[in-house]
Design a protein around this ligand. Structure first.
Ligand code: PLP
Length: 450
């Protein structure tokens, strides 16, 4: 029988009885009961279907319920559901090969984790052991996960309640021309000044004490700031000069999101360690990992690597990664992300920005776009203050509600909305979502000075 509103109410009641939710005041949340999903859409029990412009948490790159991935999980479940990480298994080796073939340069060894935060955790451990140094640098505008080291490295306010001064983390400013921390007027100035600022941070911290610099290749949750030409190459050169491990966090930007397999491919830069998760198998089964350079891998040739997880390289997760990567290649899904971004989403968002007083800037690439919403285009005052909540956040909450009324599930963070559909999104779906976004932005416009 078709799902009914009563079923939805029962699902919600059962959730509220025992499920403790992430990042939430448990008494104040109202989770939407979801009945199903397919491709770019999911739906509730009340007959409402949503076009998913958030790809859940920016992870369903291949869309919901891709038949090849579902079949691969079913086949692997029938064959071998689980096995400890110490054994050699066909499907794990194949996932590692497919990933290593795509990661840049000599990042040819893969350590598997259950998700992004654990990938960051292990990358940092590898860097500290490889260099014998303790400190790690990351940017203020970043998110790296919610486990101990990862949350300390995170720059956004989710770090504050979990901050531990002893974690050996130092934050600095990355490039972001629209809200330049360096008062730069163009990308070249922003790049030069951001690199000079990093050099100065290193000088005052003591470069010999720094194990690693970790950056999101294109920062995601913090605002999709595509770095200016030369910035990542400059960081690579600084790391080489001081013997610092360069970690690129591609948990969100990797596996097609930017229209390349990895965002690093846009910049011709090879890090020493690259973290991935999310798009590697679109989250059908939890999976993440670290791709490791030959030099760092060699550190652990004769010396044991002191880290592991019961489910490292879990067969169901690896089978779904193999099927996902093969389907993405066969169906030109990465190319689709690039084309839809360049031909449909980018031009439409720029046109939307011209018509809406609330849209201060549009930036992005592939299926990875941000709209920076403002009260005033001249002053660039954000539509809501940094980390606003409650009444101060009302303009963004009203905007998100308007999107949902229009059948669009938006990604919203602080004063931004991100347009991050599946990499499989069709031109017709993208246009449908952009039209709903256009309409919802009139709600944001009402909160501007215009
Ligand atoms: N790194 C980046 C860049 C992310 O965007 C995220 C999650 O959003 C993480 C790490 C953490 O990944 P996970 O939530 O799978 O632990």
């Amino acid at each position: 029988p078709p799902a009914s509103a009563a079923d939805g109410a029962a699902v919600k009641a059962a959730d509220r009885a025992h499920v403790f939710h992430s990042w939430s005041a448990q008494g104040l949340i109202d989770p939407l009961p979801v009945a199903g999903a397919e491709g770019s859409y999911f739906w509730d029990y009340d007959g409402n279907r949503y076009l998913d412009f958030s790809s859940q948490l920016v992870n369903t790159n291949i869309g919901h319920q891709h038949p090849k991935v579902v079949a691969a999980i079913q086949e692997q479940a029938a064959k071998l559901c689980t096995i400890a990480p110490g054994f050699a298994v066909d499907v794990r080796s194949e996932a590692a090969r497919l990933i290593a073939e795509r990661t840049p340069g000599d990042l040819d060894k893969i350590f598997f984790t259950n998700g992004g935060a654990e990938a960051v955790e292990n990358a940092v451990r590898m860097a500290r052991l490889h260099t014998g140094r303790a400190k790690v640098l990351s940017t203020y505008r970043s998110y790296h996960g919610a486990t101990a080291a990862a949350i300390n490295l995170t720059g956004d306010p989710r770090r504050w309640p979990s901050d531990t001064a002893s974690a050996g983390v130092v934050h600095f400013w990355g490039p972001f021309l629209y809200r330049s921390p360096f008062h730069a007027e163009n990308e070249q100035q922003e790049c030069e000044r951001a690199l000079a600022h990093l050099e100065e941070t290193l000088a005052f911290e003591g470069p010999q004490s720094i194990a690693a610099i970790i950056l999101e290749t294109v920062p995601g949750t913090a605002g999709i700031m595509v770095p200016p030409p030369g910035y990542l190459a400059g960081v690579r050169e600084i790391c080489d000069r001081y013997g610092i491990v360069f970690i690129l966090d591609e948990v969100m930007a990797g596996f097609g999101r930017t229209g390349e397999w990895f965002a690093a491919d846009h910049f011709g830069v090879t890090p020493d360690l690259l973290t991935f998760a999310k798009g590697v198998n679109s989250g059908y089964v939890p999976l993440g990992g670290v791709a490791i350079s030959a030099e760092i891998a060699a550190t652990f040739d004769k010396r044991p690597y002191p880290g592991g997880l019961t489910y490292s390289g879990h067969p169901l997760a690896c089978a779904s990664a193999v099927a996902t990567i093969n389907a993405m290649a066969e169906e030109r899904i990465v190319e689709n992300a690039a084309e839809i971004g360049a031909k449909v989403i980018g031009p439409a968002l720029r046109e939307i920005a011209e018509r809406h007083p609330s849209v201060g800037e549009v930036r992005g690439l592939g299926v990875f776009w941000a709209l920076d919403l403002v009260r005033n285009k001249e002053t660039r005052e954000p539509l809501v203050p940094y980390n606003a909540s409650g009444a101060a956040n009302a303009p963004m909450a009203e905007f998100a509600a308007a999107c949902k009324r229009g059948g669009l599930w938006p990604f919203v963070n602080m004063n931004r909305t991100h347009v991050v559909p599946a990499c499989t999104v069709t031109e017709a779906e993208a246009k449908e979502g952009l039209a709903a976004l256009d309409e919802a932005l009139t709600v944001a416009d009402a909160h501007t000075d215009a």
